[in-house]
Design a binder for this molecule. Structure first.
Ligand code: SAM
Length: 249
C-alpha cells in the first residue's frame, strides 16, 4: 500500500536483512537511499530486481528538492522505500526530516525493522540493559566532548556511544576524566563481521588496552551508569550508634 517505508539493512553480514524488508524493496514504487551504490549492491546480493526503478539519493541535508520529490510520490499514492547505508535509518543516520515531513503531511509512515549496532552491542556488552541512553557520536573537539559528557554523567542507564577507531582513545581519556575511569565499559567492534571483538573492563583498562593494541573498524562503546559510592566503614559505625541510641529508652 501507499506510504513511506523505512527499511533496516545489515550492519555487516549481508544476510542480516528480513524477508519483509526484501519484500518491501522488491515491491516499492520508489526506492530512495542514503548511498545508492550500496543499496543497489545489497539488492543484487539478494536477487531483488530493480525492474527499471531508479534508486534516488536522499539525505536529510541533500536539500529540500530531494525530499519534495519523495513527498510528491507519496501525494500521488505511491509507496516509497528508504534505506540508509547500514542498520536502521534515523539512528545516527538520515531519515528524521523525511519521517517528520511525511507524518505531518498525513501519509502512512511505517518500517521494516532490521539490525542496529547499538542494540547488537547492548546484547554482547555484559552491562545492564534495563535502561540505556543512546548518545551516538560525540563532538570532535575535546572541550565540546567534555561538556557533553558532563551532561551525561548522572544519566541512570547504560550510555551508548558510536565511535571511530581514530578517535576512540581520546574519547576514553575524556570519559575517564569526566565520568571516572573505574566505570565498567565495553568496546564492541566489527559486529556481525569477520573481526568481531568485545573488550570488557573498566574505562581505564580499555584505554590502556587500546594503547597496547589499537583497534580498526566500526565501534560501539558502552559505559555503565554512575554507581553511588560504596558505603564507608565510618558510615556503618555511625548508623549502628544511631540505631542503638534510638532503641535505648
Ligand atoms: N544506522 C546505523 C545503526 O542503526 O546502527 C548507524 C550508522 S552510523 C553512520 C555508523 C556507526 O555505527 C559506526 O561508526 C559505528 O560506530 C556504528 N556501527 C555500524 N555498524 C557497526 C558494526 N558492525 N559494529 C560496530 N559498530 C557499528
Amino acid at each position: 500500500p501507499a506510504g513511506l517505508y523505512f527499511v533496516g539493512t545489515p550492519i555487516g553480514a549481508a544476510r542480516d536483512i528480513t524477508l519483509r524488508a526484501l519484500d518491501v524493496l522488491a515491491s516499492a514504487d520508489v526506492i530512495a537511499a542514503e548511498d545508492t551504490r550500496s543499496l543497489r549492491h545489497l539488492l543484487d546480493i539478494h536477487g531483488v530486481p530493480l525492474d527499471g526503478r531508479r534508486v534516488i539519493a536522499y539525505h536529510d541535508h541533500s536539500g529540500v528538492g530531494a525530499r519534495e520529490k519523495l513527498l510528491e510520490a507519496l501525494a500521488q499514492g505511491r509507496s516509497v522505500a528508504y534505506a540508509s547505508e547500514a542498520g536502521m535509518p534515523l539512528i545516527a543516520d538520515p531519515g528524521y526530516e523525511l519521517s517528520k515531513a511525511a507524518s505531518e503531511a498525513g501519509y502512512m509512515v511505517t518500517c521494516a525493522p532490521g539490525p542496529s549496532a547499538a542494540l547488537a552491542a547492548l546484547t554482547l556488552a555484559g552491562l545492564p540493559t534495563d535502561a540505556f541512553f543512546f548518545v551516538g557520536f560525540l563532538p570532535n573537539s575535546t572541550s565540546a566532548r567534555k561538556t557533553r559528557l558532563e551532561v551525561l554523567r548522572d544519566v541512570p542507564g547504560t550510555l551508548v556511544f558510536y565511535e571511530s577507531p581514530k578517535r576512540v582513545g581520546d574519547s576514553i581519556a575524556d570519559m575517564c576524566a569526566v565520568l571516572g575511569g573505574e566505570r565498567p565499559a565495553a568496546l564492541c567492534r566489527e559486529l556481525t563481521k569477520k573481526f568481531e571483538e568485545v573488550r570488557r573492563g573498566s574505562l581505564e583498562s580499555i584505554g590502556v588496552s587500546l594503547a597496547d593494541s589499537p583497534v580498526k573498524g566500526e565501534i560501539v562503546l558502552l559505559v555503565d551508569r554512575a554507581r553511588s559510592d560504596p558505603v564507608k566503614e565510618v558510615d556503618i559505625e555511625q548508623s549502628l550508634i544511631e540505631a542503638l541510641e534510638s532503641h535505648s529508652v
